[in-house]
Design a binder for this molecule. Sequence first.
Ligand code: COI
Length: 356
Amino acid sequence: MQTMGDIKVTKATTSKRASVDFKNLSFGKIFTDHMLVAKYSNGSWQSPEIVPYGPISFDPSMATIHYGQSIFEGIKAYRLKTGVEAIFRPYDNFKRFNKSASRMEMPSVPEDIFIGGMKQLLQLEAAWIPEEYDHSLYIRPFMFATDEVIGVNPSTTYTFMIILSPVGPYYAAPMKIYVEEFYVRAVPGGVGFAKTSGNYAASLHPAAVAKKRGYDQILWTDAHEHKYVQECGTMNVFFVIGDKFITPGLETGTILEGVTRDSVIAVATDMGKVVEEREISVDELVDAYKAGLLTEAFGAGTAATIAKIAELRYKDFVMDFDPAQMPLADEIKSILTAIRDGIAPDPRGWMLSIQG
Ligand code: COI
């Protein structure tokens, strides 16, 4: 055992890294040699530890399994062309994590554990950060309730962990999506803005129905009228109408406040484009498509990055897009990639070095 910064480290005796084919990574199947674990009880966080990656044990009555008091984040680390290893906008995920924690009646995680712990874990695992285009080391911080009781109450004990996974693109090809008109993801006053496990559990059946119908994902609509679009399964959504970018606004609390979403808005604004964050009805999309004004549609998320939509179906009406003719999505993606590669200016300080 040794101490790295403030954190106790127990090193793995062997590394799995040499057995990993970094050129053929799919999403989230391989994990690095170490993980960070911090426990909360009696109203405070105990010192985190870095330990060899491996299974964790729990009591069958553990609260999370029964009532889903569980939240997570998705962040990526990149190897810049300068050789520096850096994390993309981790403070934004840190803030969102604690917003999710508050909604789920869980304790906040302090910055020294979330950001400090992440940096120290990454320093130990830096060799796992891939170099290939569109590849990164995906960082998954998560927290779950650990009280051993099956009464429905907020837990008094929690575990926070960070695991790391070298990843390639989440969606390998442009997507086919349809507008969902029966199932619902989120309602005002609900938990749509929180990155909580139940949101993803509830999406699995509708997504499985979509797969059976030959689609990759669904585009969620509002719960009352199925009229306004919200987000896709694993990402926010953008449309280019005329020369404006349009994306659903955050005010209803029914969509995730995506860090990639915010990055797209910033980059598009820097490009001199108008970006509107507002309600968008499916009818508006259909009308704009028929008028030849809806020219690009794409998803934006940490895992998905910028994922083009090739087909968007609404009832029997199919909107086809040519992924090779989406110059604005391409430009946004190449600017974001250049910032992550360290070859374009980073005026907002989005990249946080894992050192120091
Ligand atoms: C991410 O983009 O990091 C997400 O959380 C989506 C994920 C569920 C794959």
